[in-house]
Ligand binder design. Structure first.
Ligand code: SF4
Length: 790
């Protein structure tokens, strides 16, 4: 596909957005000046609903005056945030009233990038979409349909899943490999759980966080801020300690009791060294390990074959040996291990930068192994298994076309060697599209996804989007990917739609949240849940047969749920809704030590030695030779049993060290909301962003900057092997020498998709992966910094 010119794409975005239609660029419409139907002059309401600026799902109350939302506050009755709210939550108003929101469905009526869009009705938009997808299915290629779904949990992903199954596409591609995937995979292989872990923060004695921005931008930031009060002052005479391990000094590092700077990619080695000391010095919970774990000691399997256990692995990670690798002094490692052993219950968690190298899965398992060693799993003050409230509707029948399509390999590499221990790799999708392997991608649906901006190797994504014949975006705002779309079906914002929300796991409470419209929907958008239901029904059999509901609300109400219903009504969501309209949430009781359900592993125990991994490798690779060839090709050092255990080996990096002397450290700053930072002025202006809030910045150690002749605020080119970006230098004494900090999600607004240098940071990252799980190694790209010539 040819490159779009700047004029073409700006024209396209302007036509998509609201500014042009309003004439004055304010985005206001005539009706905005009138009190909407159902409201009286002077009337004010406080409407409980659920925040949607991040996956945490905090309860909020929106103050609505004369039908206009004017203030967002935390809901004091909500178990997650208990009235707390952060700036991202409050900035939701700017999303709701954003002047650039897309006005109703838009159909492209000229070449891509021509800026020619026709506003169409929702009926004709859904008819058009149904016709395109119907033709693809009738041609016998349902597998050619790919959905990229940016919503990690909830009802809409379930609807999409149901639609794709009935349609016959195996391609429900999620963002897991580029976000929270490592922690989830550690739970999968060590506990047999498909959920992220939850944490009993309030009752813990010690928190050891590896790379996780607990007080920056994490999926539990508000809950964690509240919990930290209980953690430090909740019990007279007791104060839990919080230790933060990370290469970069952040808000979280500043709030921690102790910050341990570490070499990039070395977190797993430190975790194994801590385990070494805990075992060597008899500080681990022997009773828990004996009663509830498998694979701690060497063992023989049912065929009499000997296998190494966890104790054998950690014998090689003596603090003195690991000290050089990690940059953490041996006596400090010993002290931290002794502190952990002395202050149970302990929470060890790794996320973000810790699990973002090519050794991500092994590192996540090494960190999670500390929880089992210290007896913290399923215990008060420890790490809990999330128990979901929502189930799914009964499955529907599949026809022959669907069965054939579902049998095709997925385009994200799921079930192949490079994702053997993972759930697919979204970063591999552009290669699949461009190569046409395993088959051509004919239609691409982008739900809460803007891969051209927020996924690695942005240039390649743009090329790949240009190669897909039919693209639909559901974005309510124009973005880099909508410029390539053929059809844009703008979603409601979370303040305009009704839905039931499954928040990211936090305290272990079984909990769901209600979202209800606080104002009448704006800009002729439609909730994507309704679009899916209408699409499935418009397509007729077989998709219509598994969507018996007239609309999304009916589908939500019929969803099975596990919370007790006191009056004997069926256990479906509709039974909970009347009360949820008042409180915004429904929850059950936390449970601990549910040993019969805690570990869905082959042994029924926490598995240091993952029998699941062993079985999975056996299923994906034809034999040991095939596995070993893959390991050699990918530069993996470990073999055999070691692959089934928490492990660490040195990370690999994309880019030659001589040409690219720095290691990029991308991070989500305190102002990172869904979709990034750039579209919401309140977030750009947060004090934490510093004086250069409106610029795309990098953080450099003062010595590194001085060496390159760079001063605070000077312009430079940041170049990686896959892209470059003009940036502003921020001198950061807490930045490790040899590393460049890169806050994600920044860039110009409105977006400039025609710009060959991708904004936002993600586009500079190579699509390097953990070679067995497919997790994106987002901390694995080298870069150089070049002073901009005057
Ligand atoms: S933590 Fe997330 S869900 Fe909670 S208020 Fe902030 S942005 Fe909203």
């Amino acid at each position: 596909m040819r490159e779009l010119s700047r004029r073409e794409v700006l024209g396209a975005l302007t036509a998509l957005g609201a500014g042009a239609a309003a004439g004055c660029g304010s985005g206001l419409e005539a009706g905005d000046f009138e009190i909407p139907p159902g409201w009286r002059a002077g009337e004010e309401r406080s409407i409980p609903t659920t925040c949607g600026q991040c996956p945490a799902g905090c309860g909020i109350k929106v103050r609505v005056f004369e039908g206009r939302a004017v203030k967002i506050e935390g809901n004091p009755a909500h178990p997650i945030n208990a009235g707390g709210i952060g700036p991202k939550g409050q900035a939701g108003l700017q999303l709701l009233y954003h002047p650039d929101r897309i006005r109703g469905p838009q159909l492209r009526n000229g070449p891509r990038g021509s800026g020619r869009w026709t506003q169409i009705t929702w009926d004709s938009a859904i008819e058009r979409l149904a016709a395109e997808l119907g033709a693809l299915r009738r041609a016998g290629h349902p597998e050619g349909l790919v959905l990229i779904d940016g919503e990690p949990r909830g009802v809409v992903p379930r609807l999409w899943d149901r639609f794709l199954r009935a349609y016959g596409s195996p391609n429900h591609v999620t963002h897991a490999s580029t976000s929270e995937g490592a922690r989830a995979l550690a739970m999968r292989w060590m506990q047999g759980s498909t959920e992220l872990p939850a944490y009993d923060w309030e009752n813990t004695g010690y928190v050891l966080g590896f790379g996780v921005g607990l007080f920056d931008s994490w999926c539990q930031t508000i809950h964690m801020s509240r919990a930290s009060g209980a953690l430090r002052r909740g019990k007279p005479g007791q104060r839990a300690k919080f230790v933060h391990v990370a290469s970069r000094f952040s808000v979280t590092a500043a709030k921690a009791d102790e910050w341990i700077p570490i070499e990039p990619g070395a977190d797993g080695a430190l975790a194994l060294a801590l385990a070494h000391v805990l075992v060597r010095d008899g500080l681990y919970d022997r009773a828990f390990v004996e009663a509830h774990t498998f694979g701690f000691e060497d063992f023989r399997d049912e065929h009499g074959v000997a296998h190494a256990g966890f104790r054998t692995v950690i014998a090689e990670f003596a603090p003195e040996k690991v000290s050089r690798t990690t940059g953490v002094a041996a006596d400090r490692i010993v002290r931290i291990a002794h502190e952990m052993g002395a202050h149970p219950p302990v929470i060890a968690l790794g996320d973000g930068s810790a699990c973002g190298a090519t050794n991500g899965l092994g590192t996540a398992m090494a960190i999670h192994a500390l929880n089992a060693l210290l007896g913290s799993v399923e215990r008060t003050g420890g790490v809990l298994t999330e128990r979901r409230v929502l189930a799914s509707w009964p499955p529907g029948e599949l026809d022959g076309v669907a069965r054939a399509g579902l049998a095709a390999p997925a385009v994200d590499g799921r079930d192949t060697a490079r994702c053997a221990l993972g759930n697919g790799a979204i970063q591999s999708v552009p290669d699949a599209i461009l190569s046409g392997r395993p088959y051509p991608v004919k239609a691409l649906l982008l739900y809460r996804s803007n891969p051209a901006f927020s996924k690695p190797e942005g240039r390649k994504w743009r090329e790949a989007l240009g190669a897909v014949p039919f693209i639909v975006s559901f974005s309510p705002l124009p973005d880099e990917s909508t410029a390539w779309a053929d059809l844009v079906l703008p979603d409601h914002t979370y303040l305009e739609r009704s839905e039931v929300v499954e928040p990211a796991p936090s305290s272990g409470l079984p909990l769901i949240g209600l979202r209800q419209p606080v104002v009448a929907p704006r800009r002729r958008g439609m909730a994507t849940g309704d679009v899916v239901v209408r699409l499935a029904r418009a397509m007729g059999a077989p998709t219509a047969a598994v969507f018996p509901w007239p609309d999304y609300a009916a589908a939500v109400g019929a969803l099975p749920q596990s919370l007790a219903s006191k009056d004997g009504t069926p256990r479906v969501v509709s039974a909970l809704l009347p009360a949820m309209h008042e409180t915004g949430t429904a929850s059950g009781e936390r449970s601990f030590e549910q040993w019969d359900t805690a570990f869905a592993t082959p042994s029924g125990r926490f598995e240091f030695y993952s029998q699941g991994i062993r079985a999975r490798l056996g299923a994906v690779f034809a034999d040991d030779d095939a596995l070993n060839r893959h390991l050699v090709a990918e530069g993996v050092r470990d073999r055999g049993d070691r692959l089934c255990l928490p492990r660490w080996e040195p990370p690999r990096f994309a880019g030659d060290a001589a040409a690219f002397p720095f290691v990029l450290a991308p991070y989500r700053g305190i102002n990172y909301a869904e979709g990034g930072v750039r579209h919401l002025p309140w977030l750009r202006e947060l004090p934490a962003a510093g004086l250069l809030a409106w610029e795309e910045t990098i953080d450099m150690n003062p010595d590194d900057a001085r060496h390159l002749g760079l001063a605070q605020g000077e312009r430079a080119w940041l170049e990686s092997p896959v892209g470059r970006r003009r940036v502003c230098v921020r001198i950061a004494p807490g930045m490790r020498p040899g590393m460049v900090g890169m806050p994600l999600g920044h860039g110009p607004w409105p977006p400039r998709p025609e710009d060959p240098d991708i904004a936002g940071g993600h586009g500079l990252l190579a699509a390097l992966s953990d070679p067995l799980s497919g997790l994106h190694a987002h901390q694995g790209t080298r870069a150089r910094v070049r002073k901009e010539e005057a």
